[in-house]
Design a protein around this ligand. Structure first.
Ligand SMILES: [Fe+2]
Ligand SMILES: [Fe+2]
Length: 258
């Protein structure tokens, strides 16, 4: 029913329905834009400016909020909401955390394993340890974010005292001759003598290379540990004005025009 079809004033619930319908139509009508990085992933530096995009989509506005093609996020999203609605897969994280839990490690280590690759799961692969650490830094003990940051470098260096060898998978993935870049080597050297070295190393030890598609793992097993060790902001992740709030918002709204 169009806005002028009713011969009597609309009831409140009809007004709400009409508003909702209007909002839906607008969302579906909007132009979702690809950031430079999304195009670079296709080896493409072409830039299509706002004016040209508008010309190609006459009468449409740019998306400045939620992308209707992605799962809806609640108004005040929690870490669990991001796991459920924004992570492309949680299996690797859950399997690693489950292994750490079964090995009897303390909860901070289990949390570090649960979060170690969240950047890969939701954001970007390049320097995933650094991005992941930055995302969680305001909400976890510094031991956890430090370990997440540094596990990226430690992965390339064996520690025989814990039975950790250079991963066969890396030989397969990167070739026999691959050498980590100097900044990774430097990170490793700094980490060796650090007080949280062992936490980062335990991420590597519990990291699963051999992905088991049949492993029975569930997020529910970790809800309490998250509750105890991840300081969920009452405003919701993204709306709490921390140094990483903008990153959570970007995960929420990856195709916003600005
Ligand atoms: Fe990793
Ligand atoms: Fe991993």
């Amino acid at each position: 029913m169009g806005p002028h079809a009713a011969s009597r004033p609309l009831t409140l619930s009809e007004q709400a329905d009409e508003l909702e319908e209007k909002m839906m139509n607008e969302l579906n009508d909007k132009i979702a834009t690809k950031s430079a990085l999304f195009n670079m992933a296709d080896g493409n530096l072409d830039y299509i400016g706002g004016a040209e995009l508008r010309a190609r989509n006459p009468g449409k506005y740019f998306l400045m909020g939620a992308d209707p093609r992605l799962p809806k996020m609640p108004e005040k999203p929690t870490l669990i909401d991001f796991f459920k609605h924004r992570f492309v897969s949680m299996n690797h994280l859950l399997q690693s955390a489950t292994l750490a839990l079964k090995a009897g490690h303390e909860e901070k280590v289990v949390l570090a394993c649960l979060l170690h690759d969240i950047a890969v799961a939701s954001f970007i692969r390049c320097d995933h340890g650094y991005w992941g650490a930055q995302l969680i830094e305001p909400y976890v003990d510094e031991e956890v974010s430090w370990a997440v940051r540094v596990h990226q470098a430690l992965r390339f260096f064996p520690d025989e005292s814990l039975g950790y060898k250079y991963p066969d998978m890396y030989v397969k993935y990167f070739g026999q001759d691959y050498k980590p870049e100097p900044y990774i080597v430097e990170e490793y050297k700094r980490a060796r003598g650090h007080k949280y070295y062992m936490t980062a190393r335990l991420i590597c030890v519990n990291d699963i290379y051999a992905f088991d598609p049949d492993a029975k793992v569930k997020l529910d097993d970790f809800v309490d540990i998250i509750g105890r060790h991840f300081k969920q902001p009452k405003e919701g992740l993204g709306f709490d004005n921390t140094p990483s709030s903008h990153m959570w918002r970007t995960l929420m709204w990856p195709t916003r025009f600005l």
